[in-house]
Design a protein around this ligand. Structure first.
Ligand SMILES: *[C@@H]1O[C@H](CO)[C@@H](O)[C@H](O)[C@H]1NC(C)=O
Ligand SMILES: *[C@@H]1O[C@H](CO)[C@@H](O)[C@H](O)[C@H]1NC(C)=O
Ligand SMILES: *[C@@H]1O[C@H](CO)[C@@H](O)[C@H](O)[C@H]1NC(C)=O
Ligand SMILES: *[C@@H]1O[C@H](CO)[C@@H](O)[C@H](O)[C@H]1NC(C)=O
Ligand SMILES: *[C@@H]1O[C@H](CO)[C@@H](O)[C@H](O)[C@H]1NC(C)=O
Ligand SMILES: *[C@@H]1O[C@H](CO)[C@@H](O)[C@H](O)[C@H]1NC(C)=O
Ligand SMILES: *[C@@H]1O[C@H](CO)[C@@H](O)[C@H](O)[C@H]1NC(C)=O
Length: 311
């Protein structure tokens, strides 16, 4: 008596739950089908799982399994097995791609940028398609940590004009380059280079800046929400202090020239003046003979002093 009224709600609940579960399952599956996305890096390895797995106990006879890549306009077969035998590998995937004939997982190593795209695994048994499912593979490559260089192109008392270059290399896809000066965003004059169409990029940003005070320059390179930043503190050395520095050097050279000339003058004077002085001071004392003898002797001044002292 007590259980009877309870039964119908329980049944309803079960139905509801069942329906909800089914809806969830369908939604989940639908989403999985549409959004199977795998991200991989250039040079790394990736495993793409298929929608089916052949039990090891089963024979591979009458199975035809393959992975194909949907390229714009064409679909190329990456790798194909028939009756357990590898029958085809695309040239671009040779020596770096394999698939286990039972688990049907496609393994690619190393990844190349051209591998980016949508892949489809197809399983046929007795010519009936068991399943086919697509997976989107995104191939990216990390950029190097940006490097910043600054060179003064012109400077004056109040400011220094600097050419700031930020560069980063080896990334894919094409990145954005952004900058900031003391936390205020700034546009780089950017340029990108890439060897061929789908290959890693080198990016360079240039900025001509009038630096009037210390400034913190930041350069960020980003793609797919992954950013790498580098900062450089540019210090404004006051050129008004620097210019007075060169004159002292000139003053030193100038004054040393003056000093050297002066010393030379003294030496010369010391050498020749006494001879002129001597005849005057010696005239009353000595005969001309002595002066002529002394002419060959260098320490004239000594003689003069000794003579004067003796007098
Ligand atoms: C694959 O490797 C073999 C031997 O290791 C070599 O002879 C062949 O040229 C390679 N193929 C490609 C496409 O690199
Ligand atoms: C990589 O493949 C995806 C999916 O097909 C595509 O949307 C994307 O544009 C491709 N990226 C490049 C750089 O080719
Ligand atoms: C830099 O700017 C960001 C937002 O623009 C702000 O959140 C942050 O506090 C600032 N940092 C400094 C040190 O000013
Ligand atoms: C950016 O660089 C290019 C080439 O170096 C130059 O012609 C152009 O004037 C620059 N633009 C700015 C805004 O500096
Ligand atoms: C990119 O930069 C790297 C390292 O600086 C250099 O070896 C390479 O040649 C550059 N590539 C291009 C296309 O300029
Ligand atoms: C840099 O700033 C100084 C003073 O603010 C100005 O005289 C000079 O012309 C500026 N130079 C450039 C290249 O903008
Ligand atoms: C420069 O700015 C960056 C980012 O705003 C900050 O992380 C860094 O510490 C700053 N460097 C200096 C020397 O102020």
């Amino acid at each position: 008596m007590v259980c009877l009224p309870a039964a119908p709600p329980a049944l309803a609940l079960r139905t509801w739950l069942g329906l909800g579960l089914l809806a969830l399952l369908c939604l989940g599956l639908g989403q999985a089908r549409e959004k199977r996305v795998i991200r991989s890096k250039l040079g790394e390895n990736v495993s793409l799982s298929c929608c089916h797995e052949i039990p090891r106990s089963e024979s591979l006879q009458n199975y035809r399994t393959y992975w194909q890549k949907k390229c714009p306009g064409v679909t190329l077969v990456v790798l194909a097995y028939s009756d357990g035998t590898l029958i085809e590998v695309h040239d671009r995937y040779k020596n770096r791609t394999e698939m286990d004939p039972w688990d049907l997982i496609l393994r690619i190593s190393p990844m190349e940028i051209l591998d980016n795209g949508t892949y489809q695994c197809v399983v046929q048994h007795n010519s009936v398609v068991v399943c086919d499912e697509s997976v989107t593979l995104f191939v990216t490559a990390d950029f190097s940590q940006p490097s910043i260089t600054a060179e003064v192109s012109a400077s004056s008392c109040e400011s220094a004009e600097m050419v700031i270059v930020c560069s980063s290399h080896g990334g894919f896809p094409k990145p954005r380059i952004s900058g900031a000066l003391n936390n205020v965003s700034v546009e780089w004059n950017a340029s990108w280079v890439s060897e061929s169409s789908p290959s890693p990029y080198n990016v360079t940003g240039t900025l001509v800046l009038n630096v009037t005070s210390d400034v913190n320059v930041t350069c960020s390179v980003e793609h797919d929400g992954l950013a790498k930043s580098t900062s450089l503190l540019l210090e404004k050395t006051n050129d008004c202090v620097v210019p007075p520095v060169p004159p002292p050097y000139n003053v030193i050279t100038a004054s040393s020239i003056v000093v050297i000339t002066f010393i030379l003058a003294i030496i010369l004077a010391a050498r020749y003046l006494p001879r002129r002085v001597c005849p005057h001071c010696c005239k009353p004392q000595d005969p001309v003979e002595e002066g002529m003898k002394e002419g060959t002797k260098p320490p004239v001044s000594l003689k003069v002093t000794s003579e004067t002292s003796s007098v």
